[in-house]
Write a protein that binds this ligand. Structure first.
Ligand code: HEM
Length: 138
């Protein structure tokens, strides 16, 4: 990723951190509306999962500029996700849910450029997670 896109991802994420609770709520509402069958893959009480998602995004966003560190993390994350029954086609639904949650939480900051930067970052993470699911950690 280019430095400008990384900076945009980091600044928009910094704006979301203070409203992380709303962000994670909107994320899962959108995900389960898009595909209700996904709900049963998660615990009934989503409180812990919502926090884990935010913590993981914090770590990923911090690491975007250090590719080997990022890839070590995301391939391992992807390996674990294969064990949760996650399949490649699910990753597009999660991208839509992330973009939706951003748009609800920080509508003014989700410019065309910011959305594009998030798409880039997400694809990097998702593709390396899928690599990890198929081949194990890099
Ligand atoms: C950027 C992409 C994603 C991130 C950052 C992420 C993050 C996380 C984290 C941090 C956990 C906690 C467990 C662990 O660390 O292994 C988790 C669990 C889980 N994720 Fe993801 N995830 C992503 C994509 C997906 C996708 C595409 C799906 C498909 C529906 C998914 C479904 C699940 C499920 C089913 C669990 C286990 C829930 C449970 O055991 O209760 N995740 N995810």
């Amino acid at each position: 990723m280019d430095a400008q896109s990384i900076a945009l991802v980091q600044s928009t994420f910094a704006a979301v951190v203070p409203v992380a609770d709303r962000f994670s709520e909107q994320f899962y509402v959108h995900l389960f509306t898009a595909d209700p069958a996904l709900r049963s893959m998660f615990a009934t009480d989503l409180t812990a999962q919502r926090q884990k998602l935010v913590d993981e995004l914090v770590a990923i966003v911090e690491t975007l500029g250090r590719l080997p560190t990022l890839v070590a993390r995301t391939t391992e994350l992807g390996r674990r996700h294969a064990g949760y029954g996650v399949e490649p086609h699910h990753y597009d639904l999660v991208l839509d849910a992330i973009l939706h949650a951003f748009t609800v939480c920080i509508p003014d900051q989700m410019t065309t450029e910011a959305v594009q930067a998030w798409r880039r970052a997400y694809h990097l993470v998702a593709e390396t997670m899928m690599y990890g699911a198929a081949h194990g950690p890099a």
